[in-house]
Design a protein around this ligand. Sequence first.
Ligand SMILES: Nc1ncnc2c1ncn2[C@@H]1O[C@H](COP(=O)(O)OP(=O)(O)OP(=O)(O)O)[C@@H](O)[C@H]1O
Ligand SMILES: Nc1nc2c(ncn2[C@@H]2O[C@H](COP(=O)(O)O)[C@@H](O)[C@H]2O)c(=O)[nH]1
Length: 193
Amino acid sequence: MLAGPTAVGKGTVSADVRDRYPQVWLSVSATTRSPRPGEVDGVHYLFVSPEEFDRMVAAGEMLEWAVVHGHNRYGTPRRPVEQKLAAGVPVLLEIDLQGARQVRDAVTASGLEARFVFLAPPSFDELVRRLVGRGTEDSEERERRLATARVELAAEEEFDVTIVNDDVHRATDALVAVMGVGMGVGSTTPVAG
Ligand SMILES: Nc1ncnc2c1ncn2[C@@H]1O[C@H](COP(=O)(O)OP(=O)(O)OP(=O)(O)O)[C@@H](O)[C@H]1O
Ligand SMILES: Nc1nc2c(ncn2[C@@H]2O[C@H](COP(=O)(O)O)[C@@H](O)[C@H]2O)c(=O)[nH]1
């Protein structure tokens, strides 16, 4: 389970896991937000209407879900996660703090094994630079996201491990090492297999 403030690089690190560690399965979240340019339905997210999201929640199809940054909803479809875990496949969830807390409760209740990883920026200024540099949000949305970021940064101690995302490959290798997954293509850090 990977969480951390907006623009720290969770999506970038997750994509690097997908590229270099194909043995890890990345959960595809459902969201009510609109796709950004280049985002593909079913790959980056399942882009659903608010009505479809309501239906999924009511039907018990979400492992966890939350309103993130005050408006859009995001959730983890339960069934694919359970199927992968039952098949012994390592699963990576990239979710927000509220979702992480829900998964923590579910894991505690079920006795499943999970590691909670906090991805941290080298500095707050660098976080702002990344958010502005990504160029996908207007200034109002950036302010909302930075307000959430302050709350998320204050919750770092709730996580099992912190990884500083100063270098994408290094952060990816550290993440999969925490998950107990072996060396990937082009790894920069040797990890136990
Ligand atoms: N280690 C890094 N060094 C420099 N830039 C980075 C690094 N990791 C990610 N970035 C850049 O930072 C920006 C934000 O990354 P990304 O979209 O992956 O963040 P995120 O945590 O998924 O954000 P959000 O929670 O808002 O979805 C992107 O432009 C990405 O290219
Ligand atoms: N609780 C959940 N949070 C999720 C999920 N999928 C993504 N997220 C988090 O939402 C924010 C914003 O994402 P963005 O793509 O709009 O920038 C970010 O913190 C994600 O980690 C989910 O299934 N559940």
